[in-house]
Design a protein around this ligand. Structure first.
Ligand code: UDP
Ligand code: MG
Length: 136
């Protein structure tokens, strides 16, 4: 049965800074994702804190929010069959040194914090995250 989904993807500051936007977008396109919407923005720290509020009790929360608001990012709505799980597969493990060959984080990630991309982890969060950036 078909399961067309949308997920939120972010190209994080480390990748934007290294001019990897087009290369990373090509990874999505090659893997049958359609980029329905995209925008390059810079967010404030309080917005990053809201976006990552599920992580507020984690020791890395403050650094994570400083980092996501440290420079321009590209936010995108990606669509394909099983977009949420397929995007997680394509991104690879959170820690690039543990990510499988061929994944975006393996190819482009620098470290567990500078891991180049974000992707929603569930249908519920995909909806919340898409609305966060694209609800007018
Ligand atoms: N992160 C970090 N240190 C850690 C774990 C995570 O800096 O020990 C950062 C990392 O950038 C990650 C983000 O926090 O992408 C969100 O963590 P999560 O566990 O949700 O990983 P993801 O879903 O991005 O793979
Ligand atoms: Mg996550």
């Amino acid at each position: 049965m078909s399961n067309l989904e949308q997920t939120l993807s972010i190209i994080k500051p480390d990748a934007v800074e290294r001019n990897l936007i087009e290369e990373i977008k090509n990874e999505f396109k090659k893997n049958n994702f359609v980029i329905l919407k995209e925008k390059k923005i810079k967010i404030e720290k309080h917005e990053a804190e809201k976006f990552y509020q599920v992580h507020q009790s984690k020791p890395f929360y403050n650094d994570l929010c400083s980092y996501l608001s440290s420079g321009p990012i590209v936010v995108m709505i990606l669509e394909r069959e099983n977009a949420i799980s397929e995007n997680r597969k394509l991104m690879g493990a959170t820690d690039p040194s543990k990510a499988e060959e061929g994944t975006i984080r393996k190819k482009y990630g620098v470290s567990i914090d500078k891991n180049s991309v974000h992707g929603s982890d569930s249908q519920e969060n995909a909806k919340i995250e898409i609305d966060f950036f694209f609800k007018d």
